[in-house]
Design a binder for this molecule. Sequence first.
Ligand code: AP5
Ligand code: MG
Length: 216
Amino acid sequence: MKIVLLGPPGAGKGTQAKSISNRYSIPHISTGDIFRKNISENTPLGIEAKKYIDNGQLVPDEVTINMVKDRLTHDDCREGYLLDGFPRTVQQAEALEEFLHNRSEKIDTALLIDVPMSFILERMTGRRVCPSCGASYHVKFNPPSTEGKCDVCGSDVIQRKDDTEETVSERLDVYQKQTQPLIDFYKNREQLSVVDGTKAINEVFESICDILGSDK
Ligand code: AP5
Ligand code: MG
């Protein structure tokens, strides 16, 4: 099962990806998470990516495409994977298609979590993440059981650096210009499925499972 998750920043891609990955036993590959890990470890990739991420811009296609191609050749990807945050430009989508074509493969579904822009700002400015284990919360919609503490590992949760109002508006702009065209890209290939992402987290997950079916 090879799935691409599409949707604007704050649509709930990461939130749903964790449940999908558990339910279908496929690895969750988030380009944002890979970049953030590299930033926290101060690797050359992290130093390069930080310049763009902190300003709400996309990391250049060449860097991102090579990083994902490398990740998709790991053993755990043999039975499929869930891509969260990639592709994000038409050039990335074409590179993924070519990579898969060369292996006589294709993605099964590009799943769009559809959320209008009016929901996004509240979702993103209220998001809190755990810097130790990566768990994600929302102060109103999905709060940790003890305020400010991660349920999984007990660390203090923090706000992502690119979740300030100013950077969020830049990211939305970038999404509309560079990523939204992928909706038509996958629609034209009859690979697009859409779920209503304005519902509660568990309801969105149920809609996703209806689309993906009961197979592992
Ligand atoms: P990335 O980390 O991918 O960020 P994003 O796409 O902007 O998406 P987010 O992670 O912000 O949102 P999400 O959809 O995962 O929402 P979440 O589930 O957390 O990318 C970050 C940066 O890295 C980019 O800006 C770019 O610079 C770079 N980058 C990454 N990939 C790249 C690529 N391919 N090419 C170039 N550059 C790249 O949910 C958000 C909040 O809402 C949470 O608090 C959650 O609890 C809450 N929530 C979720 N679902 C619901 C619901 N149904 N109801 C109520 N609240 C909900
Ligand atoms: Mg995410």
